[in-house]
Write a protein that binds this ligand. Sequence first.
Ligand SMILES: C[S@@+](CC[C@H](N)C(=O)[O-])C[C@H]1O[C@@H](n2cnc3c(N)ncnc32)[C@H](O)[C@@H]1O
Length: 402
Amino acid sequence: MLPTEKQYVQWHENETLHNARWLSQSNQVPPVRIVLIDDKTTADEAYRLACAGTSMLWHGDFQNARQLLQAINRRIERSEQRKISKAANKNKSTKTTAEPLVVSKQIPNLFHQQRQAQAQRSRVLSRLLLKLDASYVSQLHRAPDISAACTAAFGQLDEGMDESCLLSFRDLQGALGAAGWRAKGVPIESLGLSIFPHYGVFAPTRHEYVQLLLDARLPNACDVAFDIGTGTGLLAIILAQRGMQQVIATDLNPRALACASENFARLESAVQLQQADLFPTDAPLANLIVCNPPWLPAKPTSPLEYAVYDANSAMLRGFLQGAKQHLAEQGEVWLILSDLAEHLQLRSRDELLGWFADAGLEVKYRLDTQPKHSRSQDTTDPLFAARSAEITSLWCLVPVDN
Ligand SMILES: C[S@@+](CC[C@H](N)C(=O)[O-])C[C@H]1O[C@@H](n2cnc3c(N)ncnc32)[C@H](O)[C@@H]1O
């Protein structure tokens, strides 16, 4: 939902000062320099303005703004490609006999550079703005009805205050994309059902790990299971379908809780839901505790990134540290974790195994799967070597003294 503290932007139109509420789900600060642009503005001009830090309030045809954003994006891509080729040529010319070491040391740098490039791309693309009224209606020519998607993503504005708002076209596209997923659902073929994600909730579009959860042998007792960080509720639904008698799902994100609750109702799944930091309170000990935590140890830069990035692996380590005390006798922990962080040299396998040991847990068995998503096949991605080697595992962990 919207940040509790309202932010405002001001700009001039025909020498009149205008004021509107600033909406940004990607945590972009309110723009200080805004110019008006329309269909006559060329893509080169808009790109140059955006790169120079000037925000552009769109006054042209709604659909043309979409094309302009794509054109700006292509220019950013070309500029990034030129930088990559330049860096690659520089590396070639400084080749030494110690090359493998140099290359391996570069991998975490490449990852951080790519994150910085993504953040910069997001800043530049977010400089194309549009104005909506307090019911999220755009007065632009050929504007579609976007109010339901905006309300679902950003919450209600104070209509009574007749407050208009400014937001980036990019954030609007995020809201429209999410509304599309929410309406049509993400099909999970191996389960023969669809899951309906909400805006700002981890959408299981890459769901190879579902098969791991279906293949793993259930513990001897199946009375109670927890799904920690449930997101859309997908894993909790599988646990209930597989016969766990009582399933308790938790998440910190209120959007995830609303989303999971809707999916449980839709699929008539009797999962209990709690807003909790990791483990549920007032719950019985569990025979099975499942968790698919954010898998990359890096600082999230916007609320939408919290499902993927986990600064210093805080959630992962907190989960491991707390799991044993919530387990019933002969209980099991199923940790779903991609090893991409290891290929990016952001975390080592020894470190992970050390955290298991520190938490009093040992590995009973491990099931692996290889992601097949398009990014893992993209040979032009500077991180292709790491992405194509990625394995996602279900680690079955049990207390050392079991
Ligand atoms: C990678 S997503 C997994 C979602 C879902 N379990 C799935 O597999 O599709 C990680 C989830 O953990 C949640 N999360 C992050 N930190 C948490 C915490 N400390 N306590 C509870 N949930 C947390 C996030 O909100 C997010 O929904």
